[in-house]
Design a protein around this ligand. Structure first.
Ligand code: NAD
Length: 357
């Protein structure tokens, strides 16, 4: 297969971690006979410095002309003093809306070698944690009307939450399709005992569930979901939910797995093109020191192989290689533990490449 990948190295540790992910992608291409072409895209602080804006139109066009987009991270103290609408993160929001990405997918997977880093009790961790939160990204209360009025001598604030059927259906489809590539179980999280948006959400999800009889389906109220993630996360495979609930639950889900440097994510819209990035930021405190953990970015590249390019075997090979590097006791500084060997960002990349080949 031939694929064009837009590559956004970004700021801080971005270039270091993306570099390791590109080496892994090249090794996959060589091993499985694919051709990947890379197109450089400036976004974030580096684009502000070079072009005067966080995401110039030409850079967005390069992403839209590619089969998928790989991103490191953007931002840093150099641009912190800039007005909100000119900051590096603005580029990220512009990219998401420019690419029409309405689904954010964040896996919560505990690597058994890092089980000690989980804040959960070991008897819970031992049952395994491997699920994905599919969060609606461009609707709901974050995108509704926000207003503060003066009423009867005091201030009254209002935020409007709304969802239409098509917005629910398209995120639901992503969840069911994702489940088909995993353990075939969807849990839809809502607050249908209180909210009209949730009752509509539930109705649309039930209709969709009939179209996917091979996928097991369950509803769960959001307050219960927050408890169940801490109590027995092994019960989940794909959790689908609206924007604000997803914001909160996906952070909770990341937290229980221990290390921020290990977690990939994808954002998807219509079609197979997606934006793949680790969940962490640009880590300015360790930038340029070859210390960063590249695994979150390497696993983001693996997600791209699986979900955008249908290369399931290739993605599994990358995950296996990561597993082997961890089994061998190799750790970057952020996840260093007794009895392990501390390695740099590029040494971790070398090791994963070695196992992949
Ligand atoms: P951060 O995620 O960059 O860093 C938090 C802590 O985790 C730091 O101690 C950092 O060294 C560590 N860390 C993060 N990723 C790591 C990795 N791969 N390996 C080892 N250690 C790692 O969050 P922050 O410090 O709040 O933000 C720094 C900058 O990143 C800010 O400018 C922020 O706006 C930006 N940011 C960008 C994104 C993005 O690009 N998607 C996301 C979050 C924050």
């Amino acid at each position: 297969m031939e694929k064009q990948i837009a590559v956004i190295r970004g700021d801080g540790i971005g270039p270091e971690i993306v570099n390791e992910a590109l080496r892994v992608l090249e090794a996959v291409a060589e091993k499985y006979g694919h051709q990947f072409q890379y197109v450089d895209v400036d976004m974030g602080g580096i684009a502000i410095d070079r072009w005067g804006q966080a995401l110039p139109r030409e850079m967005l066009d390069r992403c839209l002309a590619s089969d998928s987009v790989l991103l490191g991270a953007v931002g840093g103290p150099k641009w912190d003093g800039m007005p909100g609408d000119q900051r590096p993160e603005k580029g990220l929001l512009a990219l998401r809306s420019g690419m029409g990405l309405y689904a954010n997918n964040r896996p919560a997977k505990l690597w058994k070698q890092l089980a000690q880093a989980s804040p959960l009790k070991q008897e819970i961790v031992e049952k395994g944690i491997d699920f994905i939160v599919v969060r609606e990204l461009i609707g709901g209360v974050y995108f509704g009307e926000h207003r503060t009025d003066e009423v009867n001598g005091e201030q009254k604030a209002t935020d409007v939450m709304s969802y239409s059927e098509h917005e629910i259906e398209r995120i639901g489809r992503i969840a069911f399709e994702t489940a088909r590539k995993r353990r075939k179980k969807v849990t839809s999280v809502d607050k249908a005992n209180v909210l009209d948006t949730s009752r509509l959400w539930r109705k649309v999800m039930h209709q969709l569930a009939e179209e996917y009889p091979d996928v097991e389906y369950a509803d769960m109220l959001v307050d219960n979901a927050a408890m169940q993630i801490a109590k027995d996360p092994s019960q989940f495979d794909v959790v689908v939910t609206e924007n604000m609930f997803g914001d909160i639950l996906s952070d909770e889900a990341s937290m229980i797995t221990g290390s921020i440097g290990m977690i990939p994510s994808s954002s998807l819209g219509e079609g197979s093109r997606g934006l793949y990035e680790p969940i962490h930021g640009s880590a300015p405190d360790i930038a340029g020191q070859n210390k960063a953990n590249p695994i979150g970015t390497i696993l983001s590249a693996a997600m791209m192989l699986k979900y955008s390019f249908d290369m399931d075997e290739e993605a599994a090979a990358v995950e296996t290689a990561v597993n082997q590097a961890l089994d061998a006791g190799l750790r970057t500084a952020d996840m260093m533990a007794d009895g392990c060997r501390q390695v740099s960002c590029s040494e971790m990349g070398d090791a994963i490449l070695g196992y992949l080949k």
